[in-house]
Design a protein around this ligand. Structure first.
Ligand code: ADP
Ligand code: MG
Ligand code: ZN
Length: 567
């Protein structure tokens, strides 16, 4: 069968989603791959389908027993022979699986990473009786100390691969998009010239909202009442809060269950199934809940507390709307959340084994991430844009489907700015990229600008008062709307288009949605830290460190005066 036939026959889908076919094709050609795709994008199929087409066995490394069980039973249900090997098997079951595997029964075997280097398993893998054609590493960010869920046992994967008589294809998959984690995966798993596939992180069907209500609980109950009968997840920062929220909601007659690491395995499993099979409408949980959970009809994810960073937030919020239907992601912010997260950073037991220098680096990294998360709660820019920029994607500054776009934005005339930007592109004879253009109109005095003689450009310094990020937004807008174009090569040179003339010569007007002026962030942040401090110190204290340059840029953004733009 071809990959298309398998997709239809076993999984019942007609078309591949973004990125799936490319990854599958590369694997089939014997190339290592790294698939970076958001939660719910369909990473599993990317290794399951080629596994069925290759001869020999595909080993899938997966971090959680519950994940393995779910995936294997899903596969078995559609008639694919798969098994798992982890600590939940008795010795007898384990040997039976190995026997059947030797006899060629399973094209796919899920294996817990800590099993790989065990004597029994090595004997099986190295016996020469079986061919391991692929090792697929699911949730591959677990190899990275920079990732959310570092697992030392994941470091053994590469030792295992190196022992095999014939090196299999190695495929790795994750939803964590940061460059650091991606590079770690490639290095630590020793991927060979991998095809890296990153698909869009935008999830247009998700609405994003942030609120800082005085009474969080009442606000949430109000929300839940308006979403009766819909399936949703409520994430809390601690077990204690899960317990409180859960029992309170039960008392008020909501259909609720709970999940956190303090419950027994069997209760967690039971509660999770109640939620998945819609016997309980709402899951109240800590971040222990959800990795790999495949429930498509989650209509809302409410964060009762702000999580520790944007990676966690987007992963958790992303569990809403996997079926593509409109769904909501609401974050209820309170100043105490910063304090609690700060406490977790200061008392993170995982860090205790680290040497003091590394430990400080790790803690500073976490504080930095917490700051970015906190800014998310205070920005008046488009929330989706904020998220996508965090993960390195640039697009429109206005999505029209987040609480800021819907309440904080207004239409602004940017004709004058546009005319100057386009004029600058024209007068430099379309030779430079966005940064040079923006530096020129802002009147930057850099070596580059002087070398290029852009300080002699007629538009030099004409927009000195407009913050750089606003100019970038206008440039983006002009490009997205075809008033400017950019070459599709490494130089990314800005070019005029047929539409440019309309603005330069024909008096065409340009308007775009822009964020209203923010409340002064320092004030907000100071109050939010719950310490009654004035000025920027508030957030600095909450963040536990001085501000970085990146923070300053964000502050500039938050502070920018809208009217300057319109003038
Ligand atoms: P991920 O691991 O990337 O979070 P999964 O592999 O669990 O995502 O897939 C999420 C959901 O998307 C599953 O229900 C899966 O069956 C579905 N899915 C995957 N590929 C396709 C496709 N090509 N068409 C439709 N649905 C798909
Ligand atoms: Mg997955
Ligand atoms: Zn928006």
């Amino acid at each position: 069968m071809t990959q298309y036939e398998i997709l239809k026959h076993y999984f019942g889908y007609d078309t591949f989603r973004d990125g799936q076919d490319v990854l599958i094709q590369n694997i089939l050609e014997g190339r290592d791959v790294l698939g970076v795709m958001p939660t719910g994008a369909g990473k599993s199929l990317c290794y399951q389908i080629p596994a069925l087409m290759m001869d020999g066995i595909t080993l899938v490394i997966s971090p959680l027993i519950s994940l393995m069980k779910d995936q294997v039973s899903n596969l078995n249900q559609v008639g694919i022979l798969a098994a798992y090997i982890n600590s939940s098997l008795t010795a007898a079951q384990y040997y039976k699986v190995l026997d059947l595997a030797r006899a060629g029964r399973y094209p796919i075997i899920y294996v817990a990473p800590e099993r790989l280097m065990s004597e029994d398993f090595l004997r099986f893998a190295l016996s020469g009786q079986v061919k391991i054609s692929m090792v697929a590493v699911d949730e591959a960010h677990c190899v990275s100390q920079w990732g959310q869920d570092f697992r030392p046992s994941y470091l053994k994967i590469v030792d295992f691969i190196n022992q095999l008589p014939v090196r299999p294809v190695v495929s790795a998959f994750t939803a964590t998009a940061t460059a650091q984690v991606r590079d770690d995966i490639i290095d630590i798993l020793m991927l060979r010239n991998p095809q890296v596939m990153t698909t869009g992180f935008n999830r247009p069907n998700l609405y994003f909202g942030v609120q800082s209500p005085k009474d969080k609980y009442a606000t949430m109950v109000n929300y839940l009442e308006r979403h009766k009968g819909e399936s949703g997840i409520i994430y809390c920062l601690t077990r204690k809060v899960v317990e409180e929220v859960c029992s309170q909601l039960i008392r008020e007659g909501f259909s609720v269950t709970r999940y956190h690491a303090g419950l027994s395995d069997s209760e967690r499993r039971h509660n999770q199934e109640d939620f998945i099979y819609d016997r309980a409408q709402i899951m109240v949980a800590t971040n222990a809940f959800g990795m790999g959970i495949d429930k498509s009809n989650v209509r809302f994810v409410v964060h009762y507390n702000m999580p520790k960073n944007m990676e966690s937030y987007y992963q958790e919020a992303g569990r809403a709307g996997r079926d593509g239907e409109p769904s909501e992601c609401i974050l209820l912010y309170g100043g105490q959340d910063v304090v609690t997260n700060q406490f977790f950073i200061d008392h993170n037991q995982d860090n205790e084994a680290l040497d003091p220098v590394t430990r400080e680096i790790v803690m500073e990294r976490d504080r930095e991430r917490l700051r970015k998360m906190t800014f998310y709660c205070f920005t008046n820019e488009c929330l989706r844009d904020y998220i996508l920029r965090y993960f390195g994607e640039y697009g429109s500054n206005y999505c029209g489907n987040c609480s800021n776009c819907l309440s904080q934005f207004e239409t602004v005339d940017v004709t004058d700015i546009s005319r100057i930007l386009i004029g600058c592109v024209e007068s430099c004879r379309q030779r430079y990229g966005t940064n040079v253009i923006i530096d020129t109109v802002r009147g930057a005095n850099t070596a580059k600008i002087r070398n290029y003689r852009m300080d002699e450009n007629p538009h030099y310094g004409e927009l000195a008062k407009v913050p750089a990020y606003k100019l970038r937004q206008v440039m983006n807008h002009l490009m997205l709307n075809g008033y400017l174009a950019v070459t599709n090569d490494e130089y990314a040179i800005v070019k005029l288009t047929g539409k440019s003339k309309g603005i330069l010569e024909e008096g065409e007007q340009v308007a775009m949605k822009m964020a209203r002026e923010a409340e002064h962030p320092a004030k907000v942040a100071g109050a939010s830290a719950g310490k009654g401090r004035k000025g920027r110190k508030g957030l600095a204290a909450a963040g536990g460190a001085e501000f970085t340059e990146a923070d300053e840029t964000l502050f500039e953004k938050l502070r920018a005066v809208r009217t300057e733009i319109a003038k």
